[in-house]
Design a protein around this ligand. Sequence first.
Ligand code: PEP
Ligand code: MN
Length: 359
Amino acid sequence: MDTIVVMKAGATPEDVQRVVDRVQELGLTPHPSRGEFRTIVGAIGKRTPPMQEQLEQLPGVDEVMAITQPYKLASREFHEADTILDVKGIRIGGPHVNIIAGPCAIESREVLFDVAREVKAAGAAILRGGAFKPRSSPYSFQGMGREGLEYLKEAGDELGMPTITEITDPRDVDIVCEYADILQIGARNMQNFNLLLEVGKTNKPIFIKRGLAASITELLMSAEYVLSQGNHRVILCERGIRTFSEDVRFTLDVSAVPVIQERSHLPVFVDPSHAAGKRDLVPALALAGIAAGASGAIVEVHSCPDRALCDGPQAVLPDNFRKLMEKIQQVAEVVGHRVTLWGREDSSPRRSAVGGWAT
Ligand code: PEP
Ligand code: MN
């Protein structure tokens, strides 16, 4: 069983360093985590009784505890406060609600810019667009690759929006890191452990989607793969799981939001689009996720979905996306969260996504 060493509030950096050195000397891997009030040092590796007593005696140490969960660095035991990431000045996690929006796939420069301008105007904080598409059929559109990434970066830079795109192959790490601000691990790759290890070596935030039939523990173990490599910037996403329901593409497991939040400090998002599979259901699921306390939603939007090359039926039209942004603000307010609009945090008086300031 692994261990965490909780430092006293007044512990000095030297005290922390002494614990880190000692943990290493004991043959364990130290993972210091500096919180607002205290520092915690995770000690990954087999724990023995004398080790506990020895660590407890070091100056500045308050408590030495076992981590009971199979995931360590992802657990609340390891890091009590919500993790809040900063991506180009946008805060992600905890009470900060961020809406990621854009087309499923980057299909052309023109369509991407068109949709990007619409979602930006509606207040979305982050731009999505897939350049490498993991399709169920090898005959379906597979994405534009590097050319798509170039357009995504250009649109993000022009509109002042951080970007997110999916990475499907460890060999693409360099190119995707060159163009995008956040790397998405798709549901089908949630347990591609080599991919998780590779992205764990980057300094980009990693957005991990829950597998179609993965448990919450398995999702947290995937996060652990990334965290174990030293990349502490992980965001989790509930995107619907396989159930007996035939009426939606997948079933959005809304309860996953509070369950993950209880067990982990990492930000949790919902993806109403891939769960719904139909655009009319997207607003209800997005709002349910925000009401459940999610730190954001990733929504597929398209200006001409009947011409989309990928996931057209679930793409929300720009007008409806604008209305959805309004409702998201209202629901976020009810649960005490704040929506980032046009790159800034919403503050009273409530800002209307449709027509300037709300009355
Ligand atoms: C996507 O975001 O376009 C996507 C393929 O999602 P998922 O991996 O959740 O199916
Ligand atoms: Mn999609």
